[in-house]
Write a protein that binds this ligand. Sequence first.
Ligand SMILES: NC(=O)C1=CN([C@@H]2O[C@H](COP(=O)(O)OP(=O)(O)OC[C@H]3O[C@@H](n4cnc5c(N)ncnc54)[C@H](OP(=O)(O)O)[C@@H]3O)[C@@H](O)[C@H]2O)C=CC1
Ligand SMILES: N[C@@H](CC=O)C(=O)O
Length: 419
Amino acid sequence: MKSKSGKRIGIFGFGCVGQGLHDVLQDNPHLNVARICVRDREKLRTLPSHHFTYDPQELLQDESIDLFAELISDPEEALLIVRQALSAGKTIVSANKKMISENLSELVALQQEFGGTLLYEAAVCGSIPILRTLEAYYGNEPLQEVSGILNGSSNYILTKLDAEGISYDEALAQAQALGFAEADPTLDVGGYDALHKISLIAAHAFGAVIKPEQVVRAGIQHISRRDVALAQALGGRIRLVATAKLNQNNRLALQVLPTLVFPDSELYYVEAEFNGVQLQARYAGDQFLKGRGAGSHPTGSAVWADVSAALAGYKYTYPKFRYNDEEQLKPVALEEEDELKVYVRTTMPEFLPELPWRELTVFGTERRETQLVGTISRKDFLLYLPALKQTIAFIAQIPAHVSAEQVVNASYLKLEEVA
Ligand SMILES: NC(=O)C1=CN([C@@H]2O[C@H](COP(=O)(O)OP(=O)(O)OC[C@H]3O[C@@H](n4cnc5c(N)ncnc54)[C@H](OP(=O)(O)O)[C@@H]3O)[C@@H](O)[C@H]2O)C=CC1
Ligand SMILES: N[C@@H](CC=O)C(=O)O
């Protein structure tokens, strides 16, 4: 039974997350769903048609609605909705990490100017309360590093390749069928979604507003059985890991890279659509949060938590933002000098660019491919990464303690099995 005195919520989107929110709200007698705005008039729905509208203005201009949940798959339209709501001083929660991370400064400014509220916990790691943890718990304490597995679809694919040996295409199709993947799955497997999430984490954890081109990013779309077998032969697993790490000189290194992880890392045990976030705080030390990073009810649960918090008056305060005298955000300096150790396998060796490697071992050339292990400065890697990607390369970071010789030996160990 719905309470007559309950608050009214307008929902945009009735896909994986919108339906998940609608389901979990059945447990909340104090919230009434006013209307749901969708796009496709022909689609079969699980609710009668009078629940739906196709005109966003019917919701946005309805003064009886207390708050909105923006859960659509179109980032451009989502921005228009959120912008209009905030410009009217309204409260809105969103799960759209692409839209929010690419427009964060504007969205913060709109809240400051018009007094509205935007919460977006569901946009980062699904059900894991990472933003609230960073804001409310680590608002004062300096953090050294926040890193982890932030994309459920790619983790699902990597888990299936590793544990079940199914093909990449089949694993991706499963992730899509389960509702984990974005409408454009390139966002997941290309590392863009994890980039959007680590950008939002960097804003709350370090006060940094990041441009995508400042982040070292590679995805998992060119991974092969050979790469998976190599990781196994070394005793590890490949995971797509996003990292925001502050060095001693307060310079921030940001990356999203397939990474070789070993059983001594919590990330080794994060499987399927689960995400895991590691925090290194100056005084609290290390912490690890794990939970479902994608899916209908886990994400619906995070949206519900935001809705409840927003109705109780909660707002993000961005406690780590630093402003200059003109009230403009001060940019955080980025780390360029540290060194990355990477494994690369390309199927187009003839187009491999000349990179300024500090150390380089080339192997595997007898298979009409080339594999290499190299160390390179972060600055050079960022510069040459687009050219390297042109060669259909699978790129993974390997820990400094793993030698090139170990990688070469492991590659021959598994050669017969995957040839
Ligand atoms: N899936 C997940 O696990 C997670 C998704 N997210 C984010 O949540 C958001 C929604 O994702 P998800 O539910 O998976 O997406 P779906 O593709 O399952 O659903 C998208 C919904 O958005 C509606 N929609 C799309 N464009 C418009 C538009 N222009 N106007 C009105 N409605 C529109 C669609 O309408 P129609 O039904 O008519 O097609 C559909 O109901 C995305 O931003 C995504 O990144 C965040 C965390 C987890
Ligand atoms: N496509 C995303 C959904 C949640 O953010 C993912 O796979 O993690």
